[in-house]
Design a protein around this ligand. Structure first.
Ligand code: FMN
Length: 341
């Protein structure tokens, strides 16, 4: 199992490091995670799920915990303010999971109001005890994702990383912003480096990595043992291959949409954007059909994201509303991306 975690890396020397698709509620559904893997993500994590709801067998929460054999390792992420429910949920998930990830980064009031997510960083003893009891209860690696701190007083991510390493957390991920910042300002990679240097377990850097240049800059600045990409992958799961090709970790000829598109090298930037997004959309639909079925709401959100910034994208909402079935919507978006409407 430890092979899914790996050892801590030294300073970055240009060699490949794992790329993670960030857990994103309302975005990283199962077919999207499967697509991200095909696009070059090495690790995917489910959307965060309420541990108390899982312990109460809530069907909608358990549906978010679905996976597929191609999603290996399978890493469900849970959040909650009740240490007992967190440990019980981790135990319930353990038989089908490879790693359990704990959320200490969510800034949403509905989460922080129950002293869960990033609010727990303001109660460090409670947070560390919670992780210790989960590590005790399950026989799987436990990892945690956090922010730099709450933004009230000094940041405590480095101190927390040390304590979490002591109680047995095997990998840590830091989003370089505080709870108070939410998503504003720039991610502070320098503070992530402080934590990277302070612990012996791998630390993954997260925040504002959107392409090969920012990936290289973040790895140079932090020396992190991996990078996690969130908003840069919304509508653009191709970002993982873009990073790998840009950093010389992968040849462009191996990229699936390059292989699938005749005349790729003759296309201009606009033509490539349409071709890569069409390939991604069609695969998203195929993965949906093979797993959870076509989910209208998920498709609508992804359709808007996949077509954002393309010429004529305004048409997409109209196209979606004209269609009466999910199959119709899937085809209409594919045709738009093929330049046929
Ligand atoms: C729409 C959305 C949903 C998110 N949901 C989660 C979540 O379920 N769990 C989590 O740990 N972080 C969540 N995050 C935070 C991201 O995982 C990531 O830490 C953050 O977006 C910063 O990375 P980025 O600059 O690459 O976007 C979410 C972010 C966004 C934009």
């Amino acid at each position: 199992m430890a092979s899914y975690i790996g050892a801590k890396h030294e300073a970055w020397d240009g060699q490949p490091r794992p790329l993670f698709l960030a857990p994103m509620s309302g975005v990283t559904d199962l077919p999207f995670r499967m697509l991200a893997k095909e696009c070059g993500a090495d690790f995917t994590i489910t959307e965060f799920t309420n541990s108390t709801a899982l312990t109460r067998e809530a069907a909608t929460s358990w549906r978010r915990m679905e996976t597929h054999p191609s999603e290996s390792p399978f890493i469900p992420q849970i959040f909650g303010g009740d240490p007992g429910d967190m440990a019980t949920a981790a135990e319930m998930l353990a038989p089908n999971a490879d790693i359990i990830d704990l959320n200490f980064g969510c800034p949403a009031p509905k989460v922080t109001n129950i002293c869960a997510g990033a609010a727990l960083m303001g109660e460090p003893d409670r947070l560390v005890n919670m992780v210790a009891s989960i590590v005790d209860r399950i026989d799987l690696p436990v990892t945690a994702k956090m922010r730099l701190g709450t933004g009230k007083g000094a940041n405590n991510a480095t101190a927390l990383c040390r304590s979490l390493e002591d109680v047995g957390a095997q990998r840590l991920c830091i989003h370089g912003r505080t709870l108070r910042q939410r998503y504003s300002g720039e991610a502070d990679w320098h503070s992530i480096k402080e934590a990277v240097d302070a612990v012996g377990v791998p630390v993954v850097a997260n925040g504002d990595v959107v392409d090969a240049a920012s990936a290289a800059a973040c790895l140079e600045r932090t020396g992190a043992s991996g990078l996690m990409v969130g908003r840069g992958a919304i509508g653009r799961p191709s970002v993982f291959a873009d990073i790998k090709v840009g950093l010389g970790w992968m040849s462009e000829d191996e990229v699936p949409w390059v292989k699938a598109t005749e005349g790729w090298y003759e296309l201009d930037e606009g033509g490539r954007a349409f071709a890569s997004r069409q390939w991604c959309w069609d695969r998203y639909i195929e993965h949906s059909l093979a797993t959870v079925g076509l989910q209208g709401k998920w498709m609508q959100r992804h359709a808007i994201a996949f077509t954002k910034g393309l010429p004529g994208a305004k048409k997409v909402r109209v196209l979606m509303h004209q269609e009466e079935t999910n199959e119709g919507m899937a085809n209409a978006i594919s045709q738009f991306l093929a330049g046929e409407v």
